[in-house]
Design a binder for this molecule. Structure first.
Ligand code: IMP
Length: 438
């Protein structure tokens, strides 16, 4: 039975929520392997929108086991809120949700430190973000993990263990809060009591999830690995330092689940028909503010977690090409094609100029100095939202997609033209074993 990794091929927000929800309808297991509440995966269910931050989007399939893997970081307050939202939508995870005991926990001081360290004040008292993080405590939680002082899900099983680790870590966090940021310290007593209370459901779901995934793969179950953020936000391969703190590419699956990478069969890259980015960092095809505003309005490009306006630009083939190479993507899924429906001209970046050289693949090291080279194409100026097959798409839209596919050098398996599950067009489903064998 096939397994499939879903990876963002740009800078996140590619529509992984909708696509994972679609692919997860035939999954036996859906696994998140990195990231935490910085992710916002939006799924549209019978006209209602649901945003998942930590729970795998596959939770909408009542037959799928959902796993939060050891590479994730978890905020119990966000998690509890998510469970309440699910209940409100009559989705009961029951025993379908498991959390790896090795996953690291986000604590309230991680959030405080994330916000404080990402904000630089000038003499006039103006604060500007250093990276533009989501402020969810992601960086500080991963920092504790790699300092070997982090608190893990398994630590929530004993009051004594949690209290001991929390006391030690809070002393260090309070030192930073007071001495470096001139902020108020947190009280151990209150923090411990609140946190203990807030983690009771989570503690019950804690298990050796890695063995569950391995067992599912061994019995031939259909396992979907749901990536968060995007390839170019990867801690090692992304536009460092303007990246997140986890492994967002296919390489993160093995370390974020504890199963061998040799199990993995295929990876699919999700990319929007244009490009967006939140927070700071290089973005070669970024539009000027007026044009970006137009796409932002058409595509409702505001962060699902923070509500921040996203930076918008044209489709960048060399950027996605790099994602295809690193992840060995078998196919692409192109989302939000409909956002371009009204534009008279659509542009595809086919390469960059760097001095007198032509560059064909995005490289984070030179990203800030690249001048994009465009192919201009006539827009289709017809709605694609009701199209259900490749043939029903306007000829110019098909031309755009065909050219995009040629430039990236990877087949398009699916095109999405709206939020609903049925606004999903199969283009070359045979390129993905997952789709063939449903
Ligand atoms: P952090 O992950 O909150 O530390 O943020 C680091 C960078 O990654 C910032 O530029 C964020 O805007 C970006 N980022 C984190 N999560 C997402 C996401 O889910 N979508 C898009 N950008 C993200």
């Amino acid at each position: 039975m096939p397994n499939l990794v879903v990876v963002g091929a740009q800078w996140g927000d590619e529509g992984k929520g909708k696509i994972t929800d679609f692919l997860a309808q035939s999954a036996d297991m859906v696994v998140r392997y990195q990231g935490g509440p910085n992710a916002g995966h939006t799924v549209c269910l019978e006209g209602r929108e649901l945003t998942f931050h930590q729970v795998p989007s596959g939770i909408t399939n009542p037959a799928a086991q959902c796993i939060i893997g050891c590479g994730c970081v978890i905020d119990p307050y966000v998690f509890n809120h998510e469970l309440a939202e699910l209940r409100r939508h009559k989705i009961r995870p029951g025993n379908r949700l498991a959390i790896d005991r090795r996953a690291h926990m986000i604590l309230p001081y991680h959030r405080l430190l994330d916000k404080l360290q990402d904000s630089v004040g000038d003499a006039s008292g103006q604060h500007t973000p250093l990276l533009g993080t989501t402020g969810q405590g992601i960086g500080p939680a991963y920092r504790d993990k790699y300092s070997r002082t982090g608190i893990r899900a398994a630590d929530l099983l004993s009051e004594e263990t949690l209290a001991g680790k929390l006391k030690r870590n809070l002393a260090a966090a309070n030192f930073l809060l007071m001495e470096l940021y001139k902020a108020e310290p947190l009280s151990f007593k209150k923090l411990f009591a609140d946190y203990w209370q807030a983690t009771r459901t989570l503690a019950r779901l804690t298990t050796d999830a890695s063995s569950m995934i391995e067992a599912a793969l061994r019995r031939g179950a259909r396992v979907l690995f749901e990536g968060a953020q995007g390839m170019h936000l990867d801690i090692d391969l992304g536009t460092y330092p303007y990246v997140t703190s986890s492994s967002t590419w296919v390489g993160g699956v093995a370390s974020g689940t504890g199963v061998s990478p040799l199990w993995l069969e295929q990876a699919v890259g999700i990319a929007k028909a244009y490009t967006t980015r939140v927070g700071r960092g290089p973005f070669p095809t970024e539009l000027d503010p007026a044009d970006a505003d137009n796409i932002r309005k058409l595509g409702h490009e505001y962060g699902a977690t923070t509500g921040r306006p996203r930076r918008c630009g044209w489709f960048d083939a060399p950027l996605v090409r790099a994602a295809v190479r690193h992840n060995r993507l078998s196919a692409l899924i192109i989302t939000k094609l409909d956002v371009l429906d009204s534009l008279p001209t659509v542009r595809l970046c086919h390469s960059y100029r760097l001095g007198n050289k032509t560059i064909d693949e995005f490289d984070p090291e030179t990203a800030a100095d690249l001048t994009p080279q465009y192919l201009d194409m006539e827009g289709w100026q017809t709605s694609t939202t009701l199209c259900r097959t490749w043939r029903e798409l306007p000829v110019r839209a098909r031309r755009y997609l065909t050219r995009l596919e040629e430039l990236v050098g990877c087949p398009i398996a699916i095109v999405s033209t709206g939020k609903d599950r049925n606004q999903t067009i199969m283009v070359q489903p045979t390129k993905l074993a997952w789709l063939k064998s449903r």
